[in-house]
Design a protein around this ligand. Structure first.
Ligand code: SF4
Length: 371
């Protein structure tokens, strides 16, 4: 790692006449795509620091995935918020796939979960650590890390007591700067060394978003993302319930990328402990689910429009017949006496076989089946 001493400028680069060329200090900003990280990056860039963004793709990110699939959401924004923020700030953004490494954070969080299966504290430590490992690399030579954390914003992960814990456990120590709450925290290296002016940082704290909104207006940001459930699906109650169900049904806590994508889509029912049905709620979801037809048994209603489903588990023909009756309930044939369904199994002819069923009534589907 490069030794960093003194002034706002380093002398890493020399010009041809060997006159030192001042190079601004470099900071890497964790960009989630939300308002706070956008403000934090901007505040530091405004102090003459060279800022680049880093965004980690965990697979749980709330990034237009379901909006892109569902017809009713077609008018909603499908932008990648992190990229959009970087564009607003005029900074480079590095998007890094951490899907595999992140599994351990979700499955074995040392500091436990938040309200749902969101391991926010471990997640912050992980992300700052990853950012630090990337930023300190010889070819990158960043000097410090910025996050948009605000003391008291989140009950578990963003408390005054957890701020030093994240800095310590990530290994970033006093090279981790939270510009929005910096004046409520001990001075960090960038402040002590004068790379940034502490007086021009902020002392935001608590759950109110008012100071951030005011700062955004002052800085001229009119459009920004403030996802209500946070930055990932793990803060979502029903998503977490589905993930817990997945782990319980498999008897082990792990997942593959496709598992966590499928948890975002459709209606999920578990009529028996050994199998689950994922039913598309509309055409877009049906199309998305049909992309998995080579991996799962599928059920499609053919006498009536409307339903396509995947069946996850080791199923018998009787199970599939029961599943078909449930799927028929969600087709346009729900009030008919009989609905024809087409059932396929992976590795068998794609045309499958036809099963005619009586759609289950709402009363026959206990609420405990819904995952
Ligand atoms: S909401 Fe998700 S991405 Fe954000 S800190 Fe928590 S676990 Fe990490």
């Amino acid at each position: 790692m490069e030794a960093i001493i003194g002034s706002l400028y380093t002398e890493r680069h020399m010009n041809n006449t060997h006159t030192p060329m001042p190079t601004p200090r470099k900071a890497v900003a964790l960009i989630s795509g939300g308002l706070d990280s956008m403000l934090a990056a901007r505040v530091i860039a405004d102090q003459g620091v060279h800022v680049e963004g880093i965004n980690f793709y965990t697979g749980f990110c709330v990034e237009g995935h379901t909006h892109a699939i569902r017809k009713k959401d077609r008018d909603k924004d499908k932008r990648n918020n992190a990229l959009w923020v970087a564009e607003q700030l005029g900074i480079k953004l590095h998007i890094i796939d951490v899907i595999e490494e992140y599994k351990d954070v979700v499955i074995n969080p040392r500091h436990g979960y938040g309200q749902h299966l969101n391991p926010c504290l471990d997640c912050k430590v992980f992300m700052v650590h990853k950012a630090q490992a990337w930023a300190w690399m010889e070819e990158h030579q960043f000097d410090f890390i910025i996050t948009g954390e605000v003391i008291g914003q989140r009950p578990k992960s963003q408390r005054k007591a957890t701020m030093p814990l994240i800095a310590r456990e990530s290994g970033a120590d006093d090279r981790l700067l939270r510009p929005l709450s910096a004046r409520n925290l001990p001075p960090t290296l960038p402040e002590k060394e004068g790379w940034v002016d502490r007086e021009r940082l902020f002392d935001f704290h608590g759950r109110s978003r008012k100071p951030q909104i005011e700062l955004a207006a002052k800085l001229g940001f009119e459009d920004f993302s403030q996802p209500s459930g946070g930055c990932c699906f793990l803060t979502d109650k029903s998503y977490s319930k589905r993930l817990a169900d997945l782990w319980q049904s498999r008897g082990r806590r792990d997942y593959e990328f496709d598992d966590i994508m499928l948890l975002k889509v459709g209606r999920h029912l578990r009529p028996r402990p050994h199998y689950k049905i994922v039913i598309g709620r509309e055409e877009g979801e049906n199309n998305y689910l049909s992309g998995y037809r080579h991996d799962f048994p599928t059920i499609k209603t053919i006498s009536h429009k409307g339903a396509f489903a995947l069946v996850d588990g080791e199923v018998t023909d009787d199970d599939l017949r029961q599943a078909a009756a449930i799927v028929a309930r969600y087709s346009q044939g729900r009030d008919s006496d009989q609905v024809q369904t087409q059932i396929t199994r992976p590795g068998q002819p794609v045309c499958g076989y036809i099963v005619t069923v009586a759609p289950m009534s709402g009363d026959e589907i206990p609420s405990s089946w819904y995952v």
